[in-house]
Ligand binder design. Sequence first.
Ligand code: PLP
Length: 403
Amino acid sequence: MSDVIKRNLFDQYMVPCFSPASFIPVKGKGSRVWDQEGKEYVDFAGGIAVNSLGHANDELKNALSSQMENLWHIGNGYTNEPVLKLAKNLVESTFADKVFFCNSGAEANEAALKIARKYALDKYGSHKNEIISFENSFHGRTLFTVTVGGQPKYSQDFAPLPQEIAHLPYNNIDAIKAHISEKTCAVIVEPIIGEGGVIPADPEFLKALRELCDQHHALLIFDEIQTGIGRTGYLYAYEETGVEPDILTSAKGLGGGFPIGAMLVKQHVAESFQPGTHGTTFGGNPLAAAVGGKVVELVNQKEFLAGVQERHHEFIQRMVVLNERYQAFSEIRGKGLLLGAELAEKYQGKAKTLTNLAAEEGLIALIAGPDVLRFAPALNISQQDIDDGFMCLEKALKRFVQE
Ligand SMILES: Cc1ncc(COP(=O)(O)O)c(C=O)c1O
């Protein structure tokens, strides 16, 4: 067998549930990536809001390699030092009293949805089992989380699906007021819909969710898998809203590129999971926890978070200027470094064409559905990388509007 590794091996050997770019990245440093041919890219995608501190961050490398010298995995029959340190830091930095660790966002949401049903069962009985979610939301790819997610295309082929899940319009207070009842055990919401188009929640909507959950004894779950870990300029986006959830899920940026997920909960909720109720082999693994611990330590600092806000203004301003020139977008929105630019009507459906052109010009960017260009770069992206990235984007946009 030839040992030449090329993109065609993906089509030959891998389950075709992704359609990766034609080039293969082989190295990353900061907000730069290089492919097999040595071509350099500026990275405005951050591994889809994951590489919070950029590629191959020296402090994360040190945290990982020093843990690697000591203990890789021990199993949940024992606890370990990095996981205890990370749990303590997350609890002391947030509304939460307890943390459960896992390996991904979907697993964090799976745990959140399960604990919400278990809590309602323990406290109120089996009739209280309905979960309310929102249209266009995304919560992961397990059967429970695709069903709870508000995009039927991800769940419809996998029936029979979990039951008692309602999908209501996002940012619509009247709709949830009319629907929520004593049957509702939880409401799950993204403070900014990420995959579904970078749509921030109205502060009044989140306040109404909190009040309605309290009135109906339902738990409020914030899915902060994309918005968490400094992404919006706060450790978690809920801090800015003035609304505290009962459960919060975190993943993506928490590991800065190393897989880890977490469910943060209030004490009374945590008690519904006892030994044997829920579990995971790798969750709380010392390697992941050591890296996650360093990420939280570095991100959760005033100056660092202020830097995210400064970069936000810079990105928005650059986008506004580009849009004055090319008029490709109808709206530029988002918070911190989770940004979306909705394509103008005549370009709708072509977000992927634009990111393909951007890659040709040396910029890695994301889409959020067919109509939205999305950026989720490293939170510490440098001025030079921003300048160079926007130069590439301008070249791509020029071609995009011409073609
Ligand atoms: C808001 C949100 N929730 C959940 C998930 C699922 O996370 P994972 O892909 O790590 O399972 C994602 C991933 O894009 C997400 O954006």
